[in-house]
Design a binder for this molecule. Sequence first.
Ligand SMILES: NC(=O)c1ccc[n+]([C@@H]2O[C@H](COP(=O)([O-])OP(=O)(O)OC[C@H]3O[C@@H](n4cnc5c(N)ncnc54)[C@H](OP(=O)(O)O)[C@@H]3O)[C@@H](O)[C@H]2O)c1
Length: 301
Amino acid sequence: MKRIVLAGGSGFIGRALAKALLVRGYQVVVLTRTPRTDSGFQEVEWDGAHVGEWIQYLNGAEAVVNLAGRNVNCPHTRENISEIMESRLSSVRAITQSLRHIKVPPRVWVQAGAVGYYGDTKERLCDESSPAGTDALAGVCKLWEEAFNTADAPRTRRVLLRIGFVLGRDGGALPVLSKLTKQYLGGSVGGGKQYISWIHIDDLTQMFIESIERDDLSGTYNAVGLNPEMNRYFMRELRHVLHRPWIPPAPAFAVRLAARWMKTEPSLALASQCCAPIRFIEAGFEYKYSKLRPALENLCS
Ligand SMILES: NC(=O)c1ccc[n+]([C@@H]2O[C@H](COP(=O)([O-])OP(=O)(O)OC[C@H]3O[C@@H](n4cnc5c(N)ncnc54)[C@H](OP(=O)(O)O)[C@@H]3O)[C@@H](O)[C@H]2O)c1
C-alpha cells in the first residue's frame, strides 16, 4: 500500500485530504504535535521543527504533504506574525533535514502556500508569475516558499499550492460567516469590492491528489477556483442560500472593531485577492465547483 505522510494533517484541510486519500486506497500517516487514537488515521508525533523518529514514515513514502503552520486567524501583531512565520519555516526545514537521513526519499513533496503571497491585489488579477505583495503575510509567504524552493531534495518532485479561501463545512471561514449570516449579520464587508479567491474543499483536495499522482505537475500553482468573486456578491449568494434578506453592509471601521472583539485580523476580511489558477487550467484540471452558488448550496444545505 502506498504511504502518504501528512505533516500538519490534523487540521481542516488535512482531515479532508486524509479521508479522500484513504478512499483511494493509500495508507495515511498524520504528523502532529498531539497524536490521538480516535481520529481514524494513523497519527505520529513530531514537534514540527526537529528530526525525530517520525522520519521512518518518510522513508519509501509515495508523498509528503506539508500543511503545518500556526493558524493565521489571529491579530497580526509582531509576535503572532513571528510565530506564524517560524512554524512554517521550521516545518519545511525539518522535512528537508529528514531527507538527509533516509534511504528512499518520498517521490513527491506537496507544500501548502497561500495566495496571501500576492498581498492586497485590489482588482488586479494575479497568476503564478505575479510578484509578491509587501504586507506582513506576503512576507511570510515569500520566505515560506523560498525555504521550500531551495530545499535540498534532488530526488523528490516538488509542487507548491498557493491556496485561496477554502470553503468547507468543518473549518475555515465559511462556518463563521454562515453563523453570522443566520444571525442577520451577513452584510457585505468594508466596501464589498474586495475579491475572494474561493475554492471548494473537494476541488482543493483533488488538486492535492493530482499533485501527488501526476508526474507532469511541478512548481507553483494557484490553488483557487475559476471565478474569484467580490465580497458583496459572495455575501449576497450566502444570504440567498441561507434564506436571509438584504442586510446593511458593515463599514471598514466596524469590521476593525468586530475583529478586535473576535480576536482576529481585520485585513483577512478587508484585503482583496483576485487570483487565477492559470497553471491548473493549463494542466486540464476539472473543477467540480466552478460557480459559487452550487458550492455554497452543497456546503450549507
Ligand atoms: N484553510 C484555508 O483557507 C487556507 C488558505 C490558504 C492557505 N492555507 C494553508 O494551508 C495549510 C493548512 O491549512 P488548514 O486550514 O488545514 O490549517 P489548520 O486547520 O490550522 O491546520 C494546520 C495544522 O498545523 C499544525 N500546527 C499549528 N501550529 C503549529 C506549529 N506551531 N508548529 C507545527 N505545526 C503546527 C496543527 O497540527 P497539530 O496541532 O496537530 O500539530 C494544525 O492541525 C496551512 O499552512 C495554511 O496556512 C489554508
